[in-house]
Design a protein around this ligand. Structure first.
Ligand code: GRF
Length: 213
């Protein structure tokens, strides 16, 4: 069993990895500003130099690093990402629309400290375009999942899920919007729980709270 204690000495430092729009980055930053997430964003890293999320991070005055993966082997690129995260002294790595599968280079540098958000109720609809997958399948309920990251694609232990009823949407696009709203609530909440509460991993179950004597 793996145990984790709350980060108490100082505010937890987050490193955010993104490749695109950056709305989850904003949601995390806003939750910090509202005092709902006891953390600070130490660095925002993107493999895409002109990612809109990186521009948003700059506007917020955050430390920003662009590290292109082009022309590099996967592990070479990740070694550079790890260096930037270590340099920023991050406690947690939050993937927020980071469009790269991780290798052992990152996973081993931050064991059980890498978190992702996915726009479906995993294990349903892993991979790309999860909202469209759910809509086209015709499920009654979809939603979002915050999970610890392992070497698989969207397979790690689940931290928190928020359901969304598909009948509230009239199209895949509307469902995506509703799920994104849920993501913006779920990601900061999940991070606050991971940071502030004791939790343990029993098999692949993330269990919050003290263990009974
Ligand atoms: C979100 O839908 C998230 O679930 C997925 O990538 C998208 C990122 O959106 N992993 P944003 O860049 O945070 O707006």
């Amino acid at each position: 069993m793996t145990r984790s204690s709350p980060t108490t000495a100082s505010r937890a430092k987050l490193g955010i990895l993104l490749s695109g729009r950056g709305s989850n980055l904003l949601a995390i930053a806003q939750a910090i500003d509202r005092g709902e997430l006891d953390a600070e964003i130490a660095v925002v890293i993107s493999n895409i130099a002109d990612a809109p999320g990186l521009a948003k991070a700059r506007e917020l005055g955050l430390e920003v690093v662009a590290l292109s993966h082009l022309g590099l082997r996967r592990k070479q690129h990740e070694a550079r990402v790890v260096s930037a995260l270590v340099h920023a002294e991050v406690d947690w790595v939050c993937l927020a629309g980071y469009m790269r599968l991780l290798t052992s280079e990152l996973l081993d540098a931050f064991p059980l400290r890498i978190v992702n958000i996915h726009p479906s109720l995993l294990p349903a609809f892993p991979g790309l375009a999860a909202q469209e997958q759910a809509w086209n399948y015709g499920v009654a309920v979809s939603g979002c999942t915050v999970h610890l990251v392992d070497s698989g694609m969207d397979t790690g232990p689940i931290v928190l899920q928020e359901p969304v009823y598909c009948h509230h949407a009239r199209s895949a696009a509307e469902l995506s919007c509703l799920i994104l709203e849920a993501e913006h609530r779920a990601y900061p909440l999940a991070m606050q729980r991971l940071i502030a509460e004791p939790w343990r991993l029993e098999g692949r179950r993330v269990t919050f709270g003290e263990t009974l004597p």
